[in-house]
Ligand binder design. Structure first.
Ligand SMILES: [Zn+2]
Length: 71
């Protein structure tokens, strides 16, 4: 017996909604982060400008912490 499993229809990606904060924004873009992953794709974040700024700040804090513990 063949059972058909109905898959949820994949919704098209709405590039006016930020995937991080779920809010409408006109400046969603893939931007380079201040991270240093070997896999370069991980150094990019698709989000609104606000989330991007927040991420930059977050990673900058981590770098500061990292550098403090190193020296
Ligand atoms: Zn956002």
């Amino acid at each position: 017996m063949v059972v058909f499993i109905s898959c949820a229809q994949s919704t098209p990606v709405d590039l006016t909604i930020c995937p991080l904060c779920d809010r409408h924004s006109s400046d969603i873009a893939s931007r380079r982060l201040n991270t240093n992953y070997c896999d370069d794709r991980l150094n990019f974040q698709t989000s609104c400008g606000e989330c991007y700024d927040r991420s930059i700040e977050y990673y900058q804090d981590l770098w500061d912490e990292y550098n403090r513990s190193r020296f």
